[in-house]
Design a protein around this ligand. Structure first.
Ligand code: ZN
Ligand code: ZN
Ligand code: FE
Length: 759
């Protein structure tokens, strides 16, 4: 019996251009002996396919399930067409602006095929640091404009040799239309310099750089999304030198190893973590340290985790094959400035940090830091969503107008929407200096250009002093929507999970500007996209010295002690008090009592800081959230009991920190180990907010709880609350696609602005 002969039209939507999709379709059609054609369109790829029906069905299955690694199919629509009696299967040229509104792929790691060729002495790209194909290599960071074609990328300066060109032109080749295609004959190359820009004469600059690293030197290395600073991770002296020169005292450094076996020497790797490490995004994955390990203590002091990645570029593979267990591979910048991407800029800004520079002549147009993820509480949680993930959009429930959301201040990202897609930018950084503000503006302009979006609405944080807010307010002729910080947090998580209607939102972080002008951060909201109601919060305490109280948690300790004990706190026998000079202590108390430079805060992050200082683990911090992080790191796995807590009811619940603080002080005075106090404190916060949620449910009948804000980077808090709330039959939602910290705020702002504009 002969099969029915049929024809179909398939429209494929998503990231399907510049990722080897058409050759894949071509090969698939030939594999099944089908006829027809494939072309790029303005929304993706259009396929006409004809032949026996059963084979068409197999083709359709494979199309959806076996597509190239960089392709990201959003939707395939299918309809019947009349048979046109094609002679074969062809790739046909796209017309005009066909590629203009399609999605661009992120930069991803070298693929297995290219890796094999890289180390194959018979291959013409043997040891060539810029080997790539349609399935791998740079994309987002080398694009200047659309359509994504070589002349619009930083590869335009390199004319392909005949061998490369014929690969590029051959639809059956892995390098068909691979825009960064290159070889040693025609492509970019690597060179080595000293810090005074003097070239180092070395037959193999990569090998020479490896020698220098082994001798303890610091080498700046140009990677995919920017420069890294590298040092031998087993060499304490080198790591300390890097810390001193970079002026980064204790914040953990990321490390890189050649393979999983190398990583297992110093860190535990669970199956989910192995998947993350080897994924094409190659993020930094937080892995539990092994107790005895070869890595210098200074790499991640007082932390249970190492941030570890596998190489994502051929250059990193080549470097690591010279036999390191691990190299520190940290963003090349001075403290919190944007990472260097340009060779001249690198020499200028990093000349006092790096001893040598391993650079190349393929320009990076848009910097993109390494992404950071952690597998915790059953899922992968992004901490920084950047290289490898951007610019894949978050897909929204409903189409929204074109919106630019400017993000928050710290860990800034921006978000641009069109239709049902929200594009969150790469990590921009802390908007506290001009260099980062410039990068913010550049990213806004760049994303608008490559996505061809002109925003009609601009959304921004309520904090009048955020540079992102100031920038937004300066814009003319565009509708402006101000969004409260914690509302944006909750809605960002709702958008990720496509939640509609009202939810109970727990927004816990360090700081966010409240509608009453105070600094919020321990907030329980009843929220939906267009509005929210604050139903509970930590009671206010003063932050003596304002921003100084963030850098010096002992100030918060004084504030909480004063709140809990009144003036009697002077008499307490606590190490935190004896460490502070009496005149200084007196000034702080005066500030608190008179309200001088002491804004009110309901922040949970500050409560963590205060408790960390009271139990004596940290008086001052070197980076944001350090005290809270160390409190988490040293806390025991579980506690037998919890501290008393209470709240006062009224138009909203005010949760009193005082009983908790009094409990902590009693335990300190009784000599309870800090690990146990830490565990007890975490467990108290979990029990307390679970009980608050239950009370809110009684009144509102809401059963969905959404968790967002920087405090949920704390795994004990996140896992504890999820477990406790689920045991009370709540449906709980936490972040899985975007960061829970302020890096996710821009998405929430955009969705709030869309809802407000719909009203
Ligand atoms: Zn490849
Ligand atoms: Zn070539
Ligand atoms: Fe926040």
């Amino acid at each position: 019996m002969t099969q029915a002969y049929a024809a179909r039209r398939l429209e494929v939507n998503g990231i399907v251009q510049g990722v080897g999709f058409r050759p894949f379709v071509y090969n698939l059609a030939n594999h099944f002996g089908l006829k027809g054609e494939v072309a790029n369109t303005s929304t993706g790829v259009s396929i006409h396919i004809e032949g026996p029906l059963d084979r068409i069905q197999s083709f359709e299955t494979d199309l959806a399930t076996k597509c190239p690694p960089l392709a990201h199919i959003v939707e395939i629509s299918t309809r019947s067409e009349s048979v046109k009696q094609y002679a074969g299967f062809n790739i046909v040229k796209s017309r005009g602006r066909a590629a203009m509104s399609t999605l661009i792929s992120p930069d991803v790691s070298i693929c297995d095929d290219c890796l094999r060729e890289l180390f194959d002495p018979k291959d013409r790209r043997y040891l060539y640091p810029f080997i790539n194909c349609t399935n791998c290599g740079p994309r987002y960071t080398i694009i200047d404009d659309i359509p994504y074609d070589r002349p619009k990328t930083s590869m335009r300066h390199f004319k392909m040799c005949n061998a490369c060109q014929s690969e590029y032109d051959d639809p059956t080749d892995r390098r068909f239309h691979a825009q960064p295609n290159a070889c040693v004959e025609c492509g970019p190359f690597v060179s080595l310099f000293d810090r005074r820009e003097k070239p180092i004469d070395a037959g193999d600059p990569v090998k020479k750089a490896a020698d220098l690293l082994r001798r303890g030197y610091i080498v700046a290395i140009k990677g995919l999304g920017g420069f890294h600073l590298a040092a031998d991770a087993e060499n304490s002296a080198a790591v300390i030198r890097l810390r001193n020169r970079k002026m980064r005292q204790e914040k953990p450094f990321a490390i890189i190893s050649a393979d999983l076996a190398g990583i297992r020497k110093y860190a535990g790797v669970e199956p989910e973590e192995e998947k993350l490490l080897t994924s094409i995004q190659r993020p930094i994955v937080l892995l539990k340290k092994k107790t005895a390990n070869c890595i210098a203590e200074e790499v991640a002091p007082r932390n249970k985790y190492f941030g570890v990645m596998l190489p994502c570029t051929p250059l990193h593979y080549l470097l690591l094959k010279h036999g390191f267990n691990a190299l520190v591979m940290t963003s090349a910048n001075l403290s919190e400035e944007p990472i260097a991407i340009d060779n001249d800029d690198a020499f200028e800004r990093l000349g006092d940090i790096a001893d040598y520079f391993l650079i190349h002549n393929r320009d990076i147009y848009l910097r993109s830091d390494d992404s950071i993820v952690k597998h915790t509480a059953g899922h992968t949680r992004p901490i920084r969503r950047s290289r490898g993930f951007v610019p894949i959009p978050v897909f929204l429930n409903d189409p929204v107008p074109p919106i630019l959301a400017c993000g928050a201040e710290l860990k800034n990202t921006i978000c641009i929407t069109t239709g049902d897609k929200a594009f969150i930018s790469q990590h921009i950084g802390d908007l506290e200096n001009k260099a980062t503000l410039d990068f913010f503006k550049l990213t806004v302009a760049h994303l608008q250009r490559i996505l061809a979006i002109t925003p009609e609405i601009i959304a921004f944080d309520m904090h009048p002093d955020y540079l992102s807010t100031v920038h937004a307010k300066e814009q003319q002729g565009i509708r402006k929507v101000e969004v409260q910080h914690h509302h944006a947090h909750i809605v960002s998580c709702m958008a990720e999970h496509k939640l509609e209607g009202e939810v109970i939102g727990l927004a816990f972080d360090g700081t966010g500007y409240g509608t009453d002008g105070t600094l919020w951060g321990g907030e329980v909201l009843v929220a939906e996209a267009k509005q929210f109601k604050r139903v509970a919060h930590l009671a206010y305490v003063p932050m003596p010295g304002s921003a100084a109280a963030i850098k010096e948690p002992w100030r918060m300790a004084i504030s909480y002690l004063q709140d809990a004990f009144g003036e009697n706190f002077w008499d307490l026998d606590l190490p935190v008090l004896t460490r502070i000079e009496p005149p200084k202590l007196k000034i702080i108390v005066e500030m608190i009592l008179k309200g001088v430079n002491s804004p009110q805060t309901s922040s949970l992050g500050r409560l963590f800081d205060g408790v960390a200082a009271i139990i004596g683990i940290r008086q001052q911090v070197n980076f944001e959230g350090q005290a809270a992080l160390e409190l988490e790191m040293l806390a025991a796995d579980d506690a037998d009991s919890i501290y008393d807590f209470e709240w006062v009811t009224g138009d909203m619940f005010k949760i009193l920190p005082a009983p908790i603080i009094r409990g902590v002080v009693t335990d300190v005075q009784n000599g309870l180990p800090v690990a146990e106090i830490g565990a007890k404190f975490h467990k108290t916060i979990v029990a307390l907010f679970a009980e608050v949620c239950a009370s809110v449910r009684n009144e509102s009948e809401l059963n969905r709880v959404v968790l967002s804000g920087g405090c949920f980077q704390n795994s004990i808090l996140l896992a504890g609350l999820i477990q406790k709330l689920e045991s009370l039959n709540f449906q709980v939602f936490a972040h899985r696609q975007i960061p829970t910290n302020d890096g996710g705020i821009s998405l929430g702002q955009a969705v709030v602005a869309a809802a407000v504009s719909r009203r």
